[in-house]
Ligand binder design. Structure first.
Ligand SMILES: [Zn+2]
Length: 104
């Protein structure tokens, strides 16, 4: 691949304007499972029951389980009663089929 830099191969990005077909919620979330997550610890309560966290430090080894509506939990599926979308291309196809707004 001499002469071709990585930046030149990057596809243009489209902004996702999600609207849930079930509840009209607008926040689309990615759910990652099996991750190892490190988080800074700031405070602990005097009874040892509660921790206040600071910055996320790292998240490793996770993989996408599904995409879903953050408001009602509707899971985006590849087809009716199908498996959850779990790859970017499957999400893209769902957004296209459901006439979700993709904006350059
Ligand atoms: Zn919803």
């Amino acid at each position: 691949m001499e002469g071709i830099r990585k930046e030149e191969l990057k596809m243009p990005m489209l902004r996702v304007k999600f609207q849930c077909p079930n509840c009209q919620g607008k926040l689309l979330e990615e759910v990652v499972i099996d991750a190892v997550i490190g988080t800074q610890i700031i405070e602990i309560s005097e009874d040892g029951d509660e921790i206040n966290y600071g910055k996320p430090l790292y998240a490793e080894n996770g993989h996408v389980d599904r995409y879903q509506c953050n408001t009602c939990g509707l899971i985006l599926r590849r087809d009716e009663d199908g498996e959850p979308c779990a790859l970017p291309i499957e999400l893209f196809e769902w957004l296209t089929v459901h006439n979700q707004y993709l904006q350059r």
